[in-house]
Every structure is written in structure tokens, then in C-alpha cells.
Write a protein that binds this ligand. Structure first.
Ligand code: NAD
Ligand code: ZN
Length: 390
């Protein structure tokens, strides 16, 4: 089959690789009909996440049709149309039972590596390095889905791939980020990053009762979509005299009730700390560029919440922890518990509360995936979200 393989820093290529097959009795094989490129894939593309190997198949946002299943999968049939959460979870351990699917204890065969780095291991993730299981990803014609009985959700034929594809990751991720804010009616939420995750965080914050959502980015095209589609109030940081001051002004001197960092480890900017991060990273003296996170802490109202869907990988420098402590902030973060949110969000799509397809700007055949990565990375042609079709 054809699959998009990681070949090294800033290098990916569609290659011919062996077809996947059933290994364990709870596996299913999915023939991919649609798959997307995520901001998280860019961290791999840029070589920011360790433990990638040449030839690793990328992709964790994919859906398709069940073409084979193991002996213990009784709730799915060959031919079923399914969406697949990016987090691989057994559905039976103490964490899964508690709805914390991205902390599954049984799905990461590389747990020892993750434990050495983080103390404990999270769940396995499709196409996300040998820290998270080294699983082949879904930017391919076929994928093996472990624990398919709990890791595949049937979707109705009446909903197109475009409408349900983002249930695999970015819609639940934006939703969990907003839910983690504990939004109360009348709240103002600030969202850093108008990328796909930021767009769903804004829309989810409104679904959960926020009165105002302010979105911060310097990408005009994305801010326009954040305003027109997601109904965010825009703050272009490149045109602002200071994001923290401006947020204070727009919230009657209080700061936003909660702040969502939908940027993560590769923030850019021209503030002193952002330039400092860039230099430190370039000489290998830092792992992450956390300038959006620093701003979120500094801007947040006393007693508020900083919610962090943006991915971080290592040890963060110059984080104003004293400010977080002094204001009594709550911080919530992590890989999304997709399996927990997916059924409810599918209902929101079916009811017409939200149309996730509105953020798709580009479409490529799988063979042109390398070109698509370059375009998404450089944010050329107003690119916000790319869908690949095998
Ligand atoms: P993206 O790269 O498309 O978008 C990031 C946006 O942040 C860009 O529009 C960029 O211009 C903006 N930005 C950069 N620096 C900024 C700054 N200083 N202030 C404000 N905006 C800034 O990525 P995405 O697909 O939207 O994903 C966003 C983050 O969420 C990534 O870190 C990704 O890895 C992470 N993510 C996490 C999960 C999870 O389970 N927690 C799931 C999916 C994605
Ligand atoms: Zn993703």
C-alpha cells in the first residue's frame, strides 16, 4: 500500500510499504477514506518530538471502512464506516474506566521510554513516535487499529467524511480544552492560536456558555475564519502594543476568566521572551518555545483557569509560576480523551449545532501528501486544514 513516511527533519515522502494485517484478536483493519494533517504532525515534521525513526508512517486523524477484524471484535461488521480516535485505549484499565482514555495503561508498548522521561506513560498514539508506541499512522491506504472494539465509532451514512473526520482529534481537543475551563454563563475566554484546534476551542467555548471569546494570532487569514466561522473577537498580536494589556482593557481590567493555549511548543513572536526561546532552541539549550503559555498565565484573571491543549514536550524555561501561584490559577492539560467526548460531539454535528467541515481549506490526493505538508507548514494559500484522500 501507499503511506506517508517520515524521512527526517522537514522531510516526508509517500512510499510503498507492506499492508497491515490483524495481529491481535481485538484489532481491526480500516481502509482509509479521509485523513488530515494536524498541527501535532508539524511538531514531528520539525523534529521537535524525539524517538522518530526513518520510515515511520504518520497520521492520527483518519476514518474509513472496516475491511477485516479480529476474532474478539463482535460489535463491528466488515463494511462499517468508522472514525478512529487518535488515542489508542484498551477501554478496560483503571484510567479508561474513569474516562481518562489518553492515560490508558495498556496501549503503549514503549511505556518504559515514556516512563523514563515523564515518570509515567500515556496511551499509545497513531503515528506519533516511539515514545507513544511506534504505531503506524493513518496517512495511508490501510491502518491496523488495536482495540478496534472500543477504538472505532460507527458514523451514519447521512454525514459526509468532511463533517465527521475531525471527531478523531481536533473537535474533541477544542471541546476538552473549553470544558477544562469550567465556563460559567457570562465568562470571557481568551484563546491563543487560530489554528484548527483554536477554531474548535472557540466554537466549543460558545457551546458551553461563554459570552465572549477573544482569539489571539498574527495570521490574518486564520483570524478572519476565527471571526467569520467561529465567531471569535480577534486580537492580532503583531498589531497590538501588548497582548496582556489589551486583554486587560477588553475585560474591564480583570483579565479573561479563562485562557486556552492552543499554540503549544512552537509559538512564534517578536516579544523578548519569544526571541530568547528561538535562540535557546537553535543552540539546543531548550526543548520548547512556550511564549503563548507564559502570556496566558500572565493575562488570566485571579482564580481563573489556564487550559492547555497545545502540545509540550520537555522542560519549560522562564514560566511565570509565581504569577500562577499568586493568582491561584488552575491549570488543566493533556492529550485528549477522545473516546469520552466523541459520541456527544457526533450528536452536536447531527443536530447541526456545529459544522466542522467549515475549516477545511485544502484537499490533496494521498500521493501529494509531501506537498500538502509543505503548504500547511508554511501556511501558504490561506491554508488552515488539509484533508488527504487515499
Ligand atoms: P497549527 O500549527 O495549525 O496552529 C497554531 C497557531 O498558533 C497558528 O495559527 C500560529 O500562527 C499560532 N501562533 C503561533 N505563535 C503564537 C503566539 N505567540 N500567540 C498566538 N498565536 C500563535 O496547529 P493546530 O493544529 O491548531 O494545533 C495547535 C496545538 O494543539 C499544537 O501544539 C498541537 O500539537 C496541539 N494538539 C493537541 C492535541 C491534544 O490532544 N492535546 C490534539 C491536537 C493538537
Ligand atoms: Zn491531531
Amino acid at each position: 500500500m501507499k503511506a506517508l513516511c517520515w524521512c527526517g527533519k522537514n522531510s516526508v515522502q509517500v512510499e510503498t510499504v507492506p499492508d497491515p494485517h490483524i495481529i491481535n484478536p481485538r484489532d481491526i483493519i480500516v481502509k482509509v477514506t479521509s485523513t488530515a494533517i494536524c498541527g501535532s504532525d508539524l511538531h514531528l515534521y520539525h523534529g521537535m518530538i524525539p524517538a522518530m525513526e526513518k520510515g515511520d508512517i504518520l497520521g492520527h486523524e483518519f476514518m474509513g471502512v472496516v475491511v477485516d477484524k479480529g476474532a474478539r471484535v463482535s460489535n463491528l461488521n466488515i463494511g462499517d464506516r468508522v472514525v478512529i480516535p487518535f488515542t489508542i485505549a484498551c477501554g478496560a484499565c483503571e484510567y479508561c474506566a474513569d474516562g481518562k482514555f489518553s492515560a490508558c495503561d495498556n496501549s503503549n508498548p514503549d511505556a518504559d521510554k515514556a516512563e523514563a522521561l515523564y515518570g509515567h506513560s500515556g496511551a499509545g498514539i497513531f503515528g506519533y513516535s516511539h515514545l507513544f508506541g511506534g504505531y503506524a499512522g493513518g496517512q495511508a491506504e490501510f491502518v491496523r487499529v488495536p482495540f478496534g472494539d472500543v477504538g472505532a465509532f460507527r458514523v451514519p451514512d447521512s454525514l459526509s467524511d468532511d463533517k465527521v473526520l475531525f471527531l478523531t482529534d481536533i473537535f474533541p481537543t477544542g471541546y476538552m480544552a473549553a470544558e477544562n475551563c469550567g465556563i460559567k454563563p457570562g465568562d470571557t475566554v481568551a484563546v491563543w492560536g487560530a489554528g484548527p484546534v483554536g477554531q474548535f476551542a472557540i466554537q466549543s467555548a460558545y457551546l458551553l456558555g461563554a459570552e465572549n471569546v477573544i482569539v489571539i494570532d498574527d495570521n490574518e487569514d486564520r483570524l478572519r475564519i476565527a471571526s467569520e466561522v467561529s465567531r471569535g473577537q480577534i486580537l492580532n498580536f503583531a498589531k497590538s502594543d501588548g497582548v496582556i494589556d489589551e486583554l486587560r482593557e477588553r475585560t474591564g481590567g480583570q483579565g479573561p476568566d479563562s485562557c486556552i493555549d492552543a499554540v503549544g511548543m512552537e509559538a512564534h513572536g517578536t516579544t523578548l521572551d519569544a526571541l530568547y526561546d528561538k535562540v535557546k532552541l537553535a543552540v539546543g539549550a531548550a526543548t520548547d518555545r512556550p511564549s503563548a503559555f507564559r502570556q496566558a498565565i500572565q493575562a488570566c484573571k485571579k482564580g481563573g483557569t489556564v487550559s492547555i491543549p497545545g502540545v509540550y514536550g520537555g522542560v519549560l524555561d522562564k514560566v511565570p509560576f509565581g504569577a500562577a501561584f499568586g493568582k491561584g490559577l488552575t491549570m488543566k492539560m493533556g492529550q485528549t480523551h477522545v473516546q469520552k467526548y466523541l459520541p456527544k460531539l457526533l450528536e452536536h454535528i447531527s443536530n447541526g449545532d456545529i459544522d466542522p467541515s467549515a475549516i477545511i481549506t485544502h484537499r490533496f490526493p494521498l500521493e501529494k501528501a509531501a506537498e500538502a505538508y509543505e503548504l500547511f507548514d508554511n501556511k501558504e494559500q490561506s491554508c488552515l486544514k488539509v484533508v488527504l484522500q487515499p
